[in-house]
Design a protein around this ligand. Structure first.
Ligand code: F6P
Length: 359
């Protein structure tokens, strides 16, 4: 192994830079290998100057920095790239061009740090002969084949800190505080932050909720003299007889954007006579410095990804299973996104301690 490339695809997540740093250092110190950074996801292969050398100097001081020094793009699917041709938007397959660029660049391996979408693309590129090792990245923690993706722990800590702060103001003002958290179709952030932040109600996409069940919990608390409640709601949560709520419809360029369920829940509660406020935590959950857990996990992932590349492995992803770093095939990792199961012990524990899950 003489030359490897690294790219970061999709939205950013805390720990991306820590993975890049670990991979570069492992590649150079252990394998005397040259490393190249591909800027703005797969787009970097198509851009003038999109491929840059990464040495020890380039990754100095980035361990604790959020975002990605390589830039990210979550619209750059090379198999269906949106382009303007004679003023009209068209979808073009530019994957062959990318494969050619990787060959010309003589990359022995490409490390792809990404979520579901980016890793799907990676798997398809592998079928075209590109040697790829995936690294699971997302705050949503919804990638299959691994217990945890890096970024999740940081988002969870940010969300927990927000719930802690909302507790005190909710109690002072006798209000119901609703906090809307990220996670798309997976409720890992809301469930875990709800448990660690002492929420009274947790609403997640995997468990369609009934408004009356939320109200029942608020009433039950009020009867005990607890005149405030905290509701952690995942952006993808939906009422039993309704649909997910979007703040923006999808179009040729953007995927639909979830958002607004927190307000819907708060409006209902206010109508029942309980003063409510909504906090939408949004991208605060994705930004800033990674937690110690994420820095360590990112370092273990980055280093393991290079070791796999050095063994000539491809079409696989580093993963954490039983606390150990393992590898799974990209086909397995992308076959089915990970979701909360009703039998998960976190769900059972939440119910056991009296948290209402809306069902
Ligand atoms: O997948 C990560 C995530 O942060 C989701 O939790 C959220 O729904 C989405 O990305 C937001 O994407 P964007 O940054 O494109 O608005």
């Amino acid at each position: 192994m003489k030359r490897i490339g690294i790219l970061t695809g999709g939205g950013d997540a805390p720990g991306l830079n820590a993975v890049i740093r670990a991979a570069v250092r492992t590649a150079i110190y252990e394998y005397q290998c040259k490393v190249f950074g591909i800027q703005d996801g797969y787009d970097g292969f198509l851009m003038e100057g999109g491929i840059i050398p990464l040495g020890i100097e380039e990754v100095r001081g980035i361990l604790a920095r959020g975002g990605t020094i390589l830039g990210a793009a979550n619209r750059g699917n090379p198999f269906a790239r949106k382009m303007l041709k004679r003023g009209k938007e068209v979808t073009v397959d530019v994957s062959a061009e990318i494969v050619k660029k990787i060959k010309r660049q003589k990359l022995d391996a490409l490390l792809v740090l990404g979520g579901d979408g980016t890793l799907h693309i990676a798997h398809e590129l592998c079928q075209k002969g590109v040697p790829i090792i995936g690294v699971p990245k997302t705050i949503d923690n919804d990638i299959g084949g691994t217990e945890v993706s890096f970024g999740f722990d940081t988002a969870l800590n940010v969300a927990t800190a927000a719930l802690d702060r909302l507790q005190t103001t909710a109690e002072s003002h006798h209000r119901v505080m609703v906090v809307e958290l990220m996670g798309r179709d997976a409720g890992f952030i809301a469930l875990n932050a709800g448990i660690s932040g002492g929420a009274d109600v947790i609403l997640i996409p995997e468990i369609p909720f009934q408004f009356e069940k939320i109200l029942a919990k608020i009433h039950e608390r009020a009867k005990r003299g607890r005149k405030f409640s905290i509701i952690a709601v995942s952006e993808g949560a939906k009422p039993k007889d309704g649909a997910q709520i979007f703040s923006r419809k999808g179009d040729e360029i953007y995927v639909p954007r979830l958002g607004g369920v927190g307000q819907v829940v708060a409006d209902y509660i206010e109508k029942q006579g309980f003063e409510s406020r909504v906090t939408v935590l949004g991208h605060v959950q994705r930004g800033g410095t990674p937690t110690a857990f994420d820095r360590v996990l990112a370092t273990r992932y980055g280093s393991a990804a290079v070791r796999l590349a050095a063994q000539g492995k491809s079409d696989c992803m580093v993963a954490l299973n039983g606390g150990m770093i393992t590898s799974v095939s990209l086909a397995q990792a992308t076959a089915r996104p990970k979701r909360i199961q009703l039998t998960d012990d976190a769900v059972i524990a939440a119910r056991n301690i009296g948290i209402a899950l809306g069902d």
